[in-house]
Design a protein around this ligand. Sequence first.
Ligand code: SF4
Length: 338
Amino acid sequence: MSDGETRRVVYGPVPSRRLGRSLGIGPIPFKTCDYSCVYCQLGRTTQMTVQRRDFFPPSEILKEIKHAVAGDAELDFLTFVGEGEPTLCRSIGWLIRKTKEITDIPIAVDTNGSLLHLPELREELSGAEVVMPSLDAGTAETFRRINRPHRALDFDTIVAGMEKFRQVYRGEIWMEVMLVKGLNDSESELEAIKRILERIEPDRTYLNVPIRPPAEAWVMPPDEEAIAMAHDILSASAAGINVVEITTGESGEFSTSGFTNPEEAILAIIRRHPMREEQIVETLRKQFRYRAPRGAVEMDREVEASMKRLERSGKVKRERYRDKTFWVIAAERRGKKE
Ligand code: SF4
């Protein structure tokens, strides 16, 4: 399953505020999704599909999971996530079941929730400890504007699927709401989101704002007052929506364990998760320090050379977003400024 990187499907661990040290399992190819969210940190969707299938051999994915789990004893979560919508993988249920046979590390599924209306998917996800669906809109119109779904998808059907999932699923549901300035941060839209959350009754609700370069350059987080209003409206729910936190930043270290070459590790991570430039430097430093002790000057030289090699490869590029420099995969990914 290699395309030049040591591992294709399993990556990280990456730091996650809510999941701790989370090993990512991305069972689908780059930007394969049934949404094309304006805020997507992977850029615009290039493979728009609602057809579930095995994009990679499931047995190969399982082999990678086994290998990664055996090599890292300090994982908090194994998370099906990645380069698009993981529930498009037809074997996700089989993979969850088989993974449970080899480890008791909790499993999370980070999904847009669009396919939870399928009874078989609701059954397949039953073995995961946590499912994290998205809900960014309270109305079909906003749903179309922010998530830009496949034409076969219907907002009411998706919401009904989430409700049905809640009724049968014994694990925790952590909803994620991405707030985008001018799209879903008005009082009426937030009230509409609240009404849907009251129907779904998630265990937790996380509010996010875009912190990495989005698919569309015009996407911005709401103003502070609008974020505070979102928190107040959702928290004031009579149904007790448990708004856990507002994620406006990130912290923690990226791991490159399991890779023989630190540059491959960087590529594997930013393919799914754009990194700030200082995170790239810190991650490379850690790798070189780990491989052999060396002085600060020598270390700086090696890190610089490594970054130059990455840039020259043409596989990465720098992007500025809200005064920060990020490294992203140099695929066709950015929308034009509108
Ligand atoms: S944010 Fe998630 S659901 Fe939206 S386009 Fe990107 S991968 Fe798909």
